[in-house]
Design a protein around this ligand. Sequence first.
Ligand code: N01
Length: 485
Amino acid sequence: MDRPSPRVVVVGAGFGGIAVAAELLRHGMDDVTLLEAAPEPGGTWHHNRYPGAACDVPSHLYSYSFAQRASWAHVFSHQDEILRYARETADALGITPRIVTDTTVTSCTWDDSTRTWTVRGSGREWVADAVVLATGQLDKPAYPAVAGLPDFAGRSFHSARWDHDYDLRGKRVAVIGTGASATQLVPEIAPLVDHLTVFQRTGNWFLPRKDRPMPAALDRLLRRPWARRAWRKLLYHGIELITLCVRHPRTAGRVGTLLSAAHMRRQLPDRELRRRVWPDYPFGCKRVLLSSDFLPALRRPNVELVTERIARMTPEGPLTEDGRLHEVDCVIHATGFRTNTFMLPMSVTGRDGRTIEEDWTKGPRAHLGIMVSGFPSLFLMYGPNTNTSGGSILFFLEAQAAYVRRALQLARRSGAAALDVRPEVQEAGLDALRARFEGTAWMSCSSWYRTPDGRNVANWPGYMGEYADRTRRPAASEFRFIPSR
Ligand code: N01
């Protein structure tokens, strides 16, 4: 690269895109363009605006270390405050003018003759020395695999594409799914609607999460930087305990189970309801849900929990396998996302015309979740095996951003046009990763973390600190350097 700064195109201006742009700009790499499909930055916090949308990681940890806020309104921030924080951070760090909004990238193609990437989308084209795909794991809404879904004659929408023009007041509403999104939205809409039917396929483990404004005394204390640093540390170590439980289901996991069971028993005095809600898999296999108001909402007289499977959708509403028709005005799909596809169906073509889709026929895989061998100077943010069951995803994003920056510096110092992770390095890393899942709770049920053949391709199998250690120093020996032409 003989330019003062590599030309970097970042696809996505959510928390991942902002993290990497901030890191590059801070280190003097200022030829950065972010391409964003939405009309504004914010990613998942732009799209997920359902009532009650909030973060279940405390605000002081769900924020960048380099853009700490003196004050947050809530202990667990609401969607609007997090989105505002994303916008303000992008503004403050000079990222906003580099974002091209309303631009959906459809292809990234490596050209070996010029050693550059061509990124195409929305009728335009960008040439780059490096590409960072920061499109996330949870951006494509998934709908339930239920026959006749389009036959429903009423209103229906997905939790991640909330229809704010539809007034739920006085309506008969069905919510399909009981994951993290449903857990947040059900308590909000239950008091508004005439009747709410919640369709649960699998029960969940819950831990308490009280949504409350930041206590004034704590807020005053945390306005001091030293106190904020200490608080973040405390939260960081506290939250790692969830990973400890997942990693050690027979020891720490038992403690997690006991705490969760006590919370659930307290919230569900009715034995029959409790029996139907109770999960049938070990604590931590699926995401542990943090909520203190979902289970009480199920006890409301206008709320019914249905655990019979939905046989098919009819024009009037879901028909369950027991032959019961649940007539409703509105169906809300709180059924999560098409995970495990990451940036696909975007077409990404690397060396020798190989596509990521071909490379991933047996499931997504990447070195440290960041680089894929055969795709030089292409980086992923929140890529395969970098999700966390307990920690803050922002911690992972910052580690990835630093890795991208260091890798680009390494290429520059070596006088190379690009760098490609060696296949044997990638394979050895993936073998170690797979081994680290053995004996953990993640492997004891099916979840969105796993492929149909059972591999966990979403989560990092260890602690946040381990990920930071593994990504801290990309070594020259891990790469093939591609000389300039
Ligand atoms: O989606 P999910 P989500 N009939 O996939 C059910 C993040 N997040 O949007 O468990 C009935 O967890 C499905 O049932 P089952 C977080 O990482 C973060 O809630 O597969 N039900 C499940 O209950 C989270 O993990 C925050 O048996 C059907 C639900 O739909 C991720 O996003 C907040 C069904 C889908 O749950 C996804 O959460 C919200 C059917 N036919 C989300 N098909 C924070 O606070 C599917 N289901 C940071």
